[in-house]
Unconditional design. Structure first.
Length: 267
């Protein structure tokens, strides 16, 4: 573990904790942080000892989005807009896609401000929990005249509804952790001092799931967004056709009949 790295990775008990580590700047999604985070996620993808991931921030913030002070056109003759779009498509967008396709569940522990692209990063997790003092804030349009990114325009209306997504995008207001829970934007909030403990407890529960559970859940809910009810019912029955014949189902039934917790193998 390198305490000076933009991303600190710690592995204990099958849980990898990734800490965004630029606290002096409130953990902006700087280029070097993105590179380090991508590399850490790829190592986790290959490490079969990892059963769950916690993503959090060092210091007072989770992630405040782009480092505007570092944004300037390069010397390749490209505009700042061209350069930014290329960075997003080659680095930032794949980060979100990687989080959403990891073979293990991801818990975002939002320890403070999640602003701009930091909101997208927090919502890319499978389960998002926040400190009670944390908040979610989209300054893109009211402050900068640009659209929310890193998946915010996809995630927020699906979680909280279009009306609340539009309000967040346009009204320049912070959404506190408790309000975010009420809206369905995140799973839960915890007292600030208890956030790390709560996130780890959730990660430990997720680590005990069947290895394929998170991928199946993601795929099932994604399918429901494009299917009619009849199509989704058909999808569910076809997945049961395969999954019921797996050893994990047999173990689950045995555990139920024996009144004990099931024990599932790792991935």
């Amino acid at each position: 573990m390198n305490a000076q790295s933009p991303v600190i990775c710690e592995l204990a008990g099958g849980i990898a904790t990734l800490t965004l580590n630029l606290p002096a700047k409130l953990n902006p999604i700087a280029r070097e942080l993105q590179v380090e985070l991508r590399d850490a996620l790829e190592r986790i993808r290959e490490d079969r000892a990892v059963r769950a991931v916690i993503l959090t921030g060092a210091g007072k913030a989770f992630c405040v989005g782009a480092d505007l002070s570092a944004m300037a056109p390069g010397d390749q003759g490209k505009s700042l807009g061209d350069q930014t779009a290329e960075w997003m498509q080659s680095l930032s967008n794949p980060l979100v896609e990687t989080l959403r396709t990891l073979p293990v569940p991801v818990v975002a522990a939002v320890n403070g401000a999640a602003a701009g692209a930091g909101v997208g990063l927090a919502l890319a997790a499978d389960v998002t929990v926040a400190a009670r003092s944390a908040y979610f804030y989209l300054p893109f349009l009211p402050k900068l005249g640009i659209v929310p990114d890193l998946g915010c325009t996809w995630e927020i209306p699906r979680r909280a509804g279009r009306a609340r997504a539009m309000g967040m995008a346009l009204l320049d207001e912070r959404v506190g952790a408790e309000q975010a829970v009420q809206w369905g934007l995140i799973w839960a909030c915890a007292d600030d001092a208890q956030l790390a403990e709560e996130a780890r407890a959730i990660a430990q529960r997720l680590a005990r799931l069947p290895a394929h559970a998170v991928a199946e859940a993601r795929a099932a809910f994604a399918a429901s967004e494009r299917h009619t009810l009849a199509e989704q019912l058909r999808y569910e029955s076809e997945r049961q056709r395969e999954l019921i014949d797996r050893p994990t189902f047999r173990e689950g039934v045995s555990a139920f009949l024996q009144k004990r917790p099931p024990t599932f193998p790792g991935r």
